[in-house]
Design a protein around this ligand. Sequence first.
Ligand code: AKB
Length: 313
Amino acid sequence: MSAKILITGANGQLGCVLTETLQGRYGLENVIASDLREKENIRGIFEVIDATDYDRIQHVVTQYKITQIYHLAAILSAKGEANPLQTWDINTKTFLNVLEISRLNGIEKVFYPSSIAVFGDAALKNNTPNDAYLNPSTAYGISKVDGENWSQYYFLKYGLDVRSIRYPGVIGYQSLPGGGTTDYAVDIYHKAVLKEPFTCFLNEDTTLPMIYMDDVIRATVELMEAPSEKIKIRTSYNIAGVSFSPKEIASEISKVFPNFTIEYKPDFREDIAKRWSKSIDDSQAKADWGWKPNYNLEAITKAMISALNDYYK
Ligand code: AKB
């Protein structure tokens, strides 16, 4: 029997690209995209789902005989700070709904996106190891640590095949991020291509781990398609792409647009970013399921500018 995949949060930055990728791999009729609202011009099957609603998820799982769930719905780090208790409530409730429905319906595999937001002051800033002590400073980060532990719990107690990656900031041209601390690294390319000045909400030297969309989608698919015995970590895997500061990305962009200008007006997001890792040790993902990134900052910049030039033509 072929996989029947449900994606929650399918309208988000990663959700739209992952939906198309999975549709390409498993067939349009085998991927059910879902989110709070239906977007215009959606290809394939779409269901409106509020993932805090257990019965609604259960209904869709039964209706389509779902075998895999990718649970992307979440409130991100920066937006989450406006209402921390609501962030905790939504992020944890939606995931527990997915875990419990998966257990009770014999779902074969679940994907849970964690984040570099799980790291705090106690973790090494450079080359942060997979098993670093986790003391996150945001409600989003706390909810992601919680989700990682519940993933492992459902695996150990019920044998549910939950797999997870700690996503760095994701850079892609296909969609806009919303509410994250790493969003500047997407916005900056839009401004550069539009020949507009860019105001950065981080300090010029604040280095963060980032990853290109193609790499992160490939990582997700490779993790989910790896044989189960290769998955040794059931909390979440570190993966690294590239690490850079706003000054470094601006300098790369200036090679293409010499008149590009950037000014720095750090806000509360700087306080979030400075507690996160600067770079990630992903040796465990490399050893266990063969992870390898392809894009460095130069390649990302080339790809982003070329795609956005076409988009704004
Ligand atoms: C955010 O900035 O909140 C996200 C993340 C790193 O999880 N992009």
